[in-house]
Write a protein that binds this ligand. Sequence first.
Ligand code: 9MR
Length: 466
Amino acid sequence: MNHVSARSSGRRTTPPRLRAALASIAIGVVAVGTTLALASSASAGTALGATAAETGRYFGAAVAVNKLSDSVYVGILNREFTMVTAENEMKWDATEPNPNQFTYTGGDRLVSHAQANGMRVRGHALAWHQQQPRWTSVLSGSALRSAMINHVTQVATHYRGKIYAWDVVNEAFADGGSGGRRDSNLQRTGDDWIEAAFRAARAADPGAKLCYNDYYTDGQNAKSNGVYAMVQDFKARGVPIDCVGFQSHFTGQSPVPSDHQANLQRFVDLGVEVQITELDIEGSGSSQTDSYSRVVRACLAISRCTGITVSGIRDTDSWRASATPLLFDGNGNKKAAYTSTLNALNAGGTTVPSTPPPTTPPTTTPPPADGDCTASVSLNSWPGGFVATVKVIAGSAGLNGWVVSLSLPSGATVTDAWSTQNTSTSGAVSFRNVSYNGAVGAGASTEFGFQGTGKGPTGTATCARA
Ligand code: 9MR
């Protein structure tokens, strides 16, 4: 049940300061490896992030890491925002400029800044047809598919435990009336490229919420219907998806649609969270201020609309600066749109449930009979490659170490493995625990994963005490 909080009405059920503290605690539980600045609740009512936290939400900004040396920029960021998104630094071209050579300098700086200042991080974006490194342009088919899966796996593994939500796939649906997929090099690897990316992301970072993110999907239209059908299908088939991001780039030609809230709600009704991920609204004056408050009110009316991110801090930081679409002017002063946004946050709304419902259907695994442990493999494969996630379940005596043995078909090779050490890369392969996951209590479980080329394992995996 949602309860409504409203500063100005008698409907409040929880004192605001207590509510802020509870919200901070709830956020702390889900923010792995992140310490939230509890001091932020001192500015509840007067700063965006602290006020959003009163209903369990975040308020974030897209950040350009090279601006972290600008004191005005950082001053606003640290005062107002509780979530950051890397504007460009976690994209494919930035993180893997050469095949299988990863550079995380910019993204790591952002994560450090976030952790030092009690902010969470939205990861953006693992797979997208734009801002790919040059080398992907000569790839296609299974080579491109494998490169994409490797990219998703490596980047999500690098940031494991540090990301609140990943935009796993960005902008994969076509504009216009088709409601179908956008043509792209990734799409040409096969329709299942999106689910392959989501499965690889889940295997690499089981704690991050996994989002599909797109623009012009804010109201009901052919494009959002296409995304809706995909999410419905993913939910029905157990493809791991937790959230849908609505970029929310509004202009005079593309204003906030009248069915905005209803559209967000229909996605929530499919069993995903929704987030406003790149909000900016062209213009000035009352049309801009009204539109900002409408968007905030729509999100706050929906308990599983968990947060709002604006696509920059000052108008001059925007990727479309001439549209003056943000909340602060070029000098860092609060605009009228800031005030209307803060007022809308202060008006309250539904409270985000503190423990999000489970999002991946539990896999049916036979309980260990009398043996030491069992292993079950879930496989995500595509022509030319696969990612395997293996669940190790301890028997009634618990474990202090384990080894899982399985056999790969001929021609298959393990190219990467995580949370495990493998004895070989082809044929009969054994996977042992690493230092942090050898101890498994009675009936409890742990997971590891590996990826490879060729076909994935098909036979039974056996588990033994080590
Ligand atoms: O804000 C980003 C800008 O700095 C880049 O030049 C641009 C290049 O593609 O990407 C901008 O961010 C995009 C975001 O990653 C996805 N949604 C649309 C944004 C504008 O293209």
